[in-house]
Each structure stands twice: as C-alpha cells, then as structure tokens.
Design a protein around this ligand. Structure first.
Ligand code: ZN
Length: 613
C-alpha cells in the first residue's frame, strides 16, 4: 500500500502522467447528439403543459396537498431533464475551455435553461407567496413527505422575492451580465500563458496556471521563486481585466441584494446554506482565535527547511524529496484501501468510478485548473475531474473528489430535489475521505515520512480551515468597501488581501510584495460569493466528527453511510442531529480545533524525535 515510499522506481524515474479520460457517453454522445435538442423540446412542451395546469393554483387558499405533490413531482422531472445538457456542457467546457465550439455550445445550453426556468418560475414564486397557515396544514400530509425540506427551503426566500416580471428580467439579463463575467474570468484565466524562466536557463517555458502553481510545491527554492515570478507576471498582465471583472461582479451582487432587500453581503449565502449568521460568525471567530496554530506549525517547518525566514514561496515547499511522485495505479490502490478499511460500501462506490471511466485525470492544455466532482442527476451518474501530476497532493485531491463521488453515488437514492447536499455539508464526505487516506498512510510510515505526511496534512487542513476563513474576511471587506466607498483600485484589493493573509501567519511567514496580486486568481470569489466559509465549516465539522467516529467504533460507519444516503433531504442541522451532533454548540466546533492542535503537537513531537535520533 505504501509502495510509493518504498519503490525506488517511484522515487527516481520520471513518471508519465496518467492518460485517464472520462467517458461521458451515458450523458450524451457529443455536442451534436440529437438527444440534446430533443431534451429541450420535450422540456418546453412539458413546461407549457405544467403552466396550463398549475398557474394560479399554488398560491391560493384552496390548494390541496395532492395538487402540490403532483406539481412538485412534475417540475422536479422537468428540472432534472434540463440539468443534463447543462451539466454535460459544463463538463465539456472544463475539459477543453479553449474550444470556441464548446464555448458556444455551453452558451446555448445556458440560454435554453434560462428560457425554461422563466417558464417554470411562476411555480416557485406562487409557492413562496402562499399563506403560511395554508402551507403549515399541507406539509403534515404524507403525500408531501418527500418535499417538506424543499418547501421550507424555498419559502425561506419568500421575503426576498421580487414580482414575477422582475424575476424574469433578472434571469434574462444575467446571461449577458453576471454569468457572462464569470465566463470571461474562466476563459481568460484558463487560457492565459505563464512564462517560466527556470533558474540557470535562458529559455522561456510556456505554462498553464495549473502547471506554474504546481511548481510552488517544488523542493528547489530557486525554482519556486521562478514559478512565483512567472505566476505574478502572468497575473499582472491580466490585472486590468480581473480587477474590472471583480469590481463589476461585486457591484452586480450589491444591486441585486439591494433590490431583494438583503441586509448584508453574505446574507444570501447563509440563507442558501440554511445557517444562521450567529453560527457562521462563531466559527469564523474561533478560526481567528486559533491562528496561533498556524504560527506554531510554520515555525517548525522553517527549522526543518533550515531557512532564515519563510516567505510566500515557501508555504507549500515539501519537507523531503522522497515525498514527490505517486503513479496513478498506486494512488488508486491507496484510496480504495483506505475507504475499504472504513466501509466496504464506500470502497465499492469509489471503485465504480475507476471501472466505468468516470474520472478525467490527464493533464492537458486548455483543461481548466482545479478539481471537482460533478453530481449530475440521480438517474445518470457522477464524474470526477482533476489534473493528476503524480504528486502526493494529487492523491489527496483524488481522495477528496472520490469522497464527493461516494456521497453523490449514495445520494442517488434521493429524488432530484433532495439529491444535492446543502453547501455546509457539501465537503463532508470529501474531507472524511481525505482523513481516511491520511490515517492509512501514516500508520505504515517511517518517522521521516510521517513527519512529511503530517506536514502535508496540516497544510491541507490549514488551507481549508484558516485560509478560507481569512479569505472570507477578505471577501467581506471587499464587498463592504465596494458598497460604502465605490469601485476599488487594484492596490486596495492587494492591501486587504495582504492584511488578512498576514494575520493568519503571524510572524511565521513573511508574505512578499508579489503575494499582493494573488487574490485575483481565486475563482470562488467570482462564481460563488462567500462559498469559501463552507470549506472551513466542513473541514472543522469533519475533524470533530472523525474523532467521534473513532470513539464510537464500527457502528458509526453504518450511521455515516446512512447520513450520506440522505443527500440533501434535510437541513444541515437535522442531518447532523442524525449522527448526534449539535451544530449550534461551541463545544462541538472546539472539538475540531482540538483535533488540529493534536496534529500540530504530533508534528512537533516527531520533529523533536528526529533531532534526538
Ligand atoms: Zn470539495
């Protein structure tokens, strides 16, 4: 299982990256597949019939439970069908963002989806406008049992909905407004060429963003500096477009929030996350209070690396070169073994991704950066996307995305409206999967390798918990200032970014001037405002939950699988209750920080042991 540590081939030979491409033929055969047009035509016919049957019936006081249930079942079927070409277009685009044909195809699918959602919009608006006393009575009826969470969640937006005419206008203009800006950001960043000059060479190497940022993990400090130079220069070249895009999207959100009556920038996100401001602010405050853990870790890392000072180019420096390469087959075995040691069901679900070609892992030009698992629909199947470069981090990414994959696979027990988990629990299975892989790797490792594994795990956890919390503060200030002062100059973005990130590191890492531009490639600020706190949330939650799992023993894995199978059929609070967790309890969250402190303490201990040896 730890072949990558012991196998001399793995350590010395240059490994070719895997030629693993996904097979999307279960969705469609290509952008010309006639099934795509047929899907839209069928959806339009059904949406028209749906409107004829139900318009005016949902918001009235005489609404019957059976009527509402039939309407929900039909609208759910239509939405599920229309999700297929849209999802397919996004997958093709992620795999080849440079292709104009695919870009045009995706745009067309988005426009079709808009047309359809405009036709169906009346339903949700009527549901939201219905009287509370009427809904309270209906929701008790067994025929609506599958939709209680959907109804409650939809009605939470009631105070912030506009009239149907206004909603239709907003939906239409979004395709050339906010969504167009998001697409511009994605196209510009994934096709930009970064020019790397390796130390001691005069040649210029052209690289994608993914490739150049991967070099920030290289053991050679001069190469990391060269990568940081190339990355920074590339971002400098894009600054005009990126700053303008950010300013526009932030203002676009401000305008929409004002129209809808949201009181503060992150409120809409809390609502969609089904979390209250107090809980989120509590977790963010606890993160800031625990920044000291970051400082403790990087002080030891500086000693290990033997550097006088750590800067932004050293954050991801590996501790030992032997930790470098892991080929695809080893990665597959590592992940499946780890999942299997916790639950056979989990292993079987993950194995299906390999057996049925549901993974795209090959590095290619034009392929978007990052990694994701796309759930698709309960009647099709999920897929995983990543760029596998034979790094240890890539194994953890695979574990992460396959964790999502298992969650998606188990959630296929639900109907479409209950299929996707709510955001705060979206990272539940991914982080859990990473933890399993980590523990399995550590068990068999030597002290030296343990130290490296702990460092990598801690850095991963910090990037998720503390970095996302610091990014949340950045995002909050950026939105607040745009609202109160006006358009932000490029330097101001850099100032806020630097302040928030430096606060996290304390005196342990000195972020250099280059780092001021590094806010501008973070896609989450662009396509999902305030998404970032869900990462901190999810990671802390799992760290705490994982301790519970170990304390509880084998019976926990059944409860956990049942939790994943519940998908998004309940609120996060109710889902967590099913495994004995109270999300409002400060003590629960403190458990996550204790788990982190244990990791850091073990890391310090291992380093002390190594010096003594
Ligand atoms: Zn994830």
């Amino acid at each position: 299982m730890n072949g990558r540590h012991n196998d001399p081939m793995a350590a010395s030979a240059e490994l070719a990256p895997p030629q693993i491409r996904w097979d999307l033929s279960d969705l469609f055969s290509g952008i010309d597949d006639p099934k795509i047009t047929e899907t839209w035509e069928r959806c339009a016919v059904r949406a028209k019939a749906f409107e004829d049957t139900y318009r005016g019936k949902i918001e009235g006081p005489d609404l019957a439970a059976g009527t509402l249930a039939s309407a929900l079942e039909e609208v759910e079927r239509i939405v599920q069908e229309s999700a297929k070409p849209i999802g397919y277009a996004h997958l093709l685009f992620a795999a080849d963002a440079g292709s104009p044909e695919i870009g045009a195809f995706m745009q067309k699918q988005m426009e079709k989806a808009s047309e359809l959602s405009v036709m169906l919009m009346f339903f949700e608006l009527e549901l939201q406008a219905a009287r509370q006393d009427v809904i309270d009575l209906l929701i008790e009826e067994p025929v609506l049992a599958n939709y209680t969470h959907y109804i409650d969640h939809a009605r939470a937006y009631s105070p912030y909905r506009l009239t149907e005419k206004e909603e239709v206008i907003l939906e239409h203009v979004a395709n050339t407004g906010s969504r167009a800006w998001v697409r511009l950001f994605e196209e510009v960043t994934s096709n930009h060429i970064y020019k790397l000059k390796r130390p001691g060479s005069d040649e210029i190497e052209e690289m994608s963003q993914q490739e150049v940022t991967a070099l920030l993990h290289d053991p050679d400090r001069t190469l990391r500096q060269a990568a940081a130079d190339a990355f920074t220069t590339g971002l400098e070249e894009l600054q005009r477009v990126l700053v303008f895009t950010f300013n526009n999207l932030v203002q676009d959100k401000a305008v929409e929030d004002k129209l809808r009556g949201f009181a503060y920038p992150e409120q809409a996100r809390h609502l969609s996350n089904e979390l209250d401001r107090e809980t989120v602010d509590l977790v963010m405050r606890l993160c800031q209070e625990n920044y000291g853990l970051v400082e403790r870790f990087y002080k030891v890392k500086r000693e290990i690396l033997g550097l006088h000072e750590l800067t932004h180019i050293d954050r991801y420096a590996p501790l030992f070169e032997s930790e470098e390469k892991v080929d695809w087959d080893s990665a597959k075995k590592i992940v499946l073994d780890a999942f299997g040691s916790f639950s056979k069901e989990m292993e079987a679900r993950a194995r299906e991704f390999f057996d049925k070609d549901w993974i795209d892992a090959e590095p290619r030009k034009g392929k978007q950066g990052g990694a994701f698992c796309s759930y698709n629909t309960p009647d099709t199947h999920p897929v995983v996307f990543q760029t596998y470069l034979n790094k240890q981090d890539d194994v953890m990414t695979l574990a992460h995305e396959l964790g999502h994959g298992v969650h998606a696979s188990l959630s296929r027990a639900q109907t479409y409206f209950n299929f996707h988990g709510t955001l705060p629990l979206a990272e539940l299975a991914s982080t859990f999967g990473e933890m399993l892989v980590f523990e399995n790797l550590v068990e068999a490792a030597t002290t030296r390798d343990k130290l490296a594994l702990y460092a990598s795990k801690i850095e991963g956890v910090f990037a998720t918990v503390f970095r996302q919390a610091a990014m949340f503060s950045f995002e909050k200030r950026m939105h607040d200032e745009r609202r109160s002062i006006g358009e932000l100059p490029p330097e101001r973005f850099g100032e806020i970014w630097q302040e928030e990130m430096q606060a996290m590191f304390g005196s342990s890492v000195k972020l250099g001037e280059q780092h001021r531009l590094w806010w501008s490639y973070v896609g989450h600020f662009i396509f999902a405002p305030f998404y970032v706190y869900a990462y901190s949330f999810g990671e802390l939650l799992v760290l705490s939950l994982y301790q519970m799992a170990k304390a509880t023993g084998p019976v926990f894995s059944d409860r956990y699988i049942a939790l994943l199978r519940d998908g998004g059929s309940k609120t996060p609070t109710d889902l967590m209750k099913s495994v004995g967790v109270d999300l409002h309890a400060e003590s629960f969250w403190r458990g996550g920080f204790t788990a982190m402190e244990n990791l850091v303490a073990e890391f310090e201990r291992l380093w002390g042991k190594m010096i003594d040896d």
